[in-house]
Design a protein around this ligand. Structure first.
Ligand code: FES
Length: 308
């Protein structure tokens, strides 16, 4: 990460019983602008650092907004944000990065959101409206639970919004993807099962990979504690059950490039020389996994030796 900003929490709002929205303002100076689809890393006082999509209108500067779903399997990130973070508290945020940008040459943008995966599309929709672009949003949710910003989107999008309340009308990916004109691009954000199903359906219908875009910001899951040795310095580190390997390296001042912190961007790829690894990323292929791991999500099954 190249830059960090000290921010103040200027608003906290419950959007649904399990989703909260947080607004941040710079303590000093201004926050940099961002493009739709960008995310920021949030550094919490409990040591957890996760990435969250910016959901505000990129044209509105001066503050950032994110929305967070409470996760039952939380390592402390969503639990801290839901139970402890209050207005006026100070935090650190990373500079915005974009791994989920709109494709400049798409003739039609088909957006597919599942639950809290709606967040990057709130920014995308405003941007696409401003551009006068051809687009539609398909939004799957559980009414009253994960249907954040539904009213706002209805007002903003009218007939461009297609809703799928899971209790009444399941998302039909085949119908969404079939017989689309050349130049259509599809973008999806939501739970892993939705992303997998979308990619499978797109492949079955002959969509080429370059027209299928997806974002999976799965926060790392906890696991068993393990020990790491750094081959170049001989240092030994302990990775706690609730901590990612990347967080343990950062706590020891070992710098590893990173962007998504969810095993998808490839930035944190690190070589290991010994040990058994539980690979949890969506980036490395089987061959690469024999010598590399993604420390933002993957863990040692026992002690591991890193080429650091
Ligand atoms: S930071 Fe993106 S894969 Fe690890």
């Amino acid at each position: 990460m190249s830059a960090w900003f000290d921010v103040r929490v200027s608003a906290v709002r419950a959007i649904t019983p399990v989703i909260r929205e947080f607004t941040f303002e710079a303590l000093d100076g201004t926050l940099p602008g961002f493009s739709s689809g960008s995310h920021v890393q949030l550094c919490l006082p409990n040591g957890v650092r996760n990435a969250y999509s910016l959901l505000g209108d990129p044209a509105e500067t001066g503050y950032y907004r994110i929305a967070v779903r409470r996760q039952e399997q939380s390592r402390g990130g969503s639990r801290y944000l839901h139970e402890q973070l209050q207005v006026d508290e100070h935090l650190r945020l990373g500079a915005p990065a974009n791994l989920f940008a709109l494709h400049g040459e798409a003739r039609r943008h088909i957006l597919v959101a599942g639950g809290i995966g709606i967040t990057p599309f709130l920014a995308h929709c405003r941007e696409l409206l401003r551009r006068g672009a051809d687009f539609e949003l398909h939004y799957a949710y559980r009414a009253g639970i994960s249907d954040a910003y539904r009213g706002e989107l209805r007002e903003l999008l009218g007939e461009r919004l297609h809703e799928y309340d899971s209790a009444q009308r399941p998302l039909d990916l085949n119908q969404i993807l079939r017989q689309r004109p050349l130049g259509s691009h599809v973008y999806a954000c939501g739970p892993q099962r939705l992303l997998l199903a979308l990619r499978e359906q797109a492949a079955a219908l002959g969509w080429c990979d370059s027209r299928v875009h997806w974002e999976a910001f799965a926060a790392p899951e906890p696991g068993l504690p393990f020990r790491v040795e750094l081959a170049r310095s001989g240092r030994q580190l302990e990775v706690a059950a609730e901590q990612s390997l990347l967080e343990a390296l950062e706590a020891a001042d070992v710098d590893v490039p990173n962007l998504c912190r969810g095993g998808v961007c490839g930035q944190c790829q690190t070589r290991y020389l010994k040990g058994e690894v539980e690979h949890r990323d969506h980036f490395l292929d089987a061959g690469e996994r024999a010598s590399s791991l993604m420390p933002c999500v993957s863990r040692g099954c026992g002690p591991i030796l890193l080429d650091l």
